[in-house]
Design a protein. Structure first.
Length: 280
């Protein structure tokens, strides 16, 4: 049975800052009571206020940045849970459970280029991913800046959260907006096809994607069609985050390594899955 990660902890964390970002987002910085070792990109934490402001069920968020003891979360305000977190004030305490889930595979510099596809707040697990790819992790060869491309798509410019921070890495960054208010006019997959056809990016690459479900379905189909290695970071609804409630099923491929059971649990077997393992 898949179990919660051994390094997961439940603790209080002090709110340090809440910075507005984009049209409807915040970057929430907290300092947990317990120091965390380096957390692999695309692992996540469950967060809530321990009073009536937050729903009883905590909400899952990818770790956006880690600066020593400080953790940062990029949060798009959707409903009651995210609103309560966005309205946190410095000095308040939050309940934090994590780190949870698996995270991206080790982003080594040995194979084809890494092409990262983000849709809206699906950019959250990519800041650390790029940072860890450039510095190397788990003894794997680190990537050169030319070995990473970040394609960031959103409905409009105001939803390309914190995009300048990504540009600051010096990797290839391309943006796409549905209304053409920033970068390419169209979606992130149309942008990828255009960059391939112009020869700006190599067709042989490894894909990582996080974003709305329809975008991830399209990425999955593209990866199957082009025979590309591809990992998706899924944002299912989650009740517990630790494998108990069965609230986060993801359909598995019968012929894949997880195919012995029709569903995997996104919280403990994901949130990152290879497209060889699941069928959205
Ligand atoms: C592993 C993981 C990592 C995540 N990382 C981030 C992150 O870094 N930043 C971030 O802003 N969000 C992230 N999310 C999504 C975030 O957890 C939800 O937006 C949040 O739970 C919504 O809570 P709420 O109480 O504000 O909204 P609710 O009141 O619960 O819902 C409001 C509306 O949002 C919809 N909604 C709720 N959850 C989701 C979801 N997962 N996907 C699509 N629509 C949803 C509901 O159907 C409803 O229409 C992540 C989710 C997972 C599973
Ligand atoms: S969220 Fe409860 S089992 Fe996954």
């Amino acid at each position: 049975m898949p179990a919660p990660p051994k390094d997961a902890r439940s603790c209080l964390a002090e709110v340090l800052e809440v910075e507005r970002v984009g049209d409807d987002g915040v970057i929430l910085s907290v300092r947990p009571e317990i120091a965390m070792l380096d957390v692999r990109a695309s692992r996540f934490f469950m967060l809530r206020h321990e009073d009536a402001r937050s729903p009883a069920i905590p909400r899952p968020f990818s770790l956006y940045r880690q600066r020593g003891r400080e953790l940062e979360f990029l949060i798009k305000v959707m409903g009651r849970g995210t609103q309560a977190l966005a309205q946190s004030r410095p000095g308040e305490k939050l309940r934090l459970i994590g780190p949870l889930g698996n995270g991206w595979p080790a982003l080594d510099g040995d194979g084809p280029m890494w092409v990262m596809l983000a849709g809206g707040v699906g950019s959250a697990p990519f800041y650390l991913a790029i940072e860890q790819a450039l510095k190397g992790m788990d003894g794997k060869a680190r990537c050169g800046k030319d070995h990473v491309a970040f394609l960031f798509g959103a409905a409009r410019k105001g939803l390309l959260y914190d995009v300048d921070a990504f540009r600051g890495f010096g990797v290839k960054v391309f943006t796409a907006t549905d209304d053409g208010s920033d970068g390419f006019k169209g979606n992130v997959l149309q942008l990828l096809e255009t960059l391939w056809s112009r020869g700006t990016l190599p067709r042989e690459c490894r894909l990582l994607a996080c974003g709305p479900e329809r975008m991830l379905e399209a990425v999955e189909h593209l990866a199957q069609e082009k025979h590309l290695e591809c990992w998706l970071s899924l944002e299912t609804l989650m009740g517990c985050g630790v494998g108990i409630c069965n609230g986060c099923p993801v359909p598995t491929r019968p012929d894949g390594p997880l195919g012995a059971w029709p569903n995997a649990k996104c919280c403990v077997e994901g949130p990152v899955f290879s497209t060889r393992d699941i069928a959205l």
